[in-house]
Design a protein around this ligand. Structure first.
Ligand SMILES: Nc1nc2c(ncn2[C@@H]2O[C@H](COP(=O)(O)OP(=O)(O)OP(=O)(O)O)[C@@H](O)[C@H]2O)c(=O)[nH]1
Ligand SMILES: [Mg+2]
Length: 174
């Protein structure tokens, strides 16, 4: 699936996108669904997995997005914090079928505290598995940070187009 044309008027150049969140929250699957542009490279070092992709913004413009993923080993925290300093946009991912992963966003959001709130979004994945979404809990936790949330299903494609548009809007603010 390609969202060319939905990410309009984004400034050209390199926009680093930090994708963070609990283990198995669905980060890799979301990235695979969201970013359909050319793959550039990836590396895994000191607990930081960086994949770079070219995203077509519109007919005239592309952006290069570096997608960061982190594992949760304590010994890597220092390197992870250093790696994320260049990020200008962040997706803080949780699994909407796991209350534990929702609670974990509290930890992850601190890692991107240098990014303005209007360039961060909480993304709840696996919406297709959530029969009974606890919107009150999600709202309570996310609103404490003044950051919007969006629930998606990478499996079924629900709200992936909306997330692509939100990314385009956030990139415009960089
Ligand atoms: N049903 C459903 N399963 C999903 C969805 N997104 C991810 N999954 C599944 O959830 C599991 C974990 O997904 P990953 O994308 O590997 O999660 P991750 O956050 O990258 O995990 P780590 O890299 O190990 O931290 C996999 O079995 C995926 O197939 C979704 O939207 N719906
Ligand atoms: Mg992964």
């Amino acid at each position: 699936m390609h969202y060319r044309g939905e990410l309009t008027h984004t400034k050209p150049g390199i926009v680093k996108l930090a994708v963070i969140g609990a283990v198995a929250a669905g980060k890799s699957t979301l990235i695979a669904k969201l970013v359909s542009g050319a793959y550039i490279d990836s590396s895994m070092e000191m607990g930081v997995d960086v994949s770079s992709w070219m995203i077509s913004v519109d007919e005239f413009t592309s952006i290069e997005a570096s997608l960061f993923e982190f594992d949760e080993h304590e010994e890597f925290k220092f390197f992870q914090a250093a790696a994320v300093t260049g990020a200008r946009i962040a997706l803080i991912v949780f699994d909407c079928s796991s209350f534990e992963s929702l609670l974990a966003v509290e930890e992850w959001v601190g890692m991107v505290s240098n990014i303005p709130h209007d360039r961060k979004i909480f993304v709840g994945t696996k919406l297709d598995l959530c029969d009974d979404v606890d919107y009150d809990a999600i709202h309570e936790i996310t609103s404490r940070h003044g950051i919007d949330f969006l629930l998606v299903s990478s499996k079924e494609g629900t709200n992936i187009g909306t997330l692509a548009r939100r990314l385009g809007e956030m990139a415009q603010r960089v």
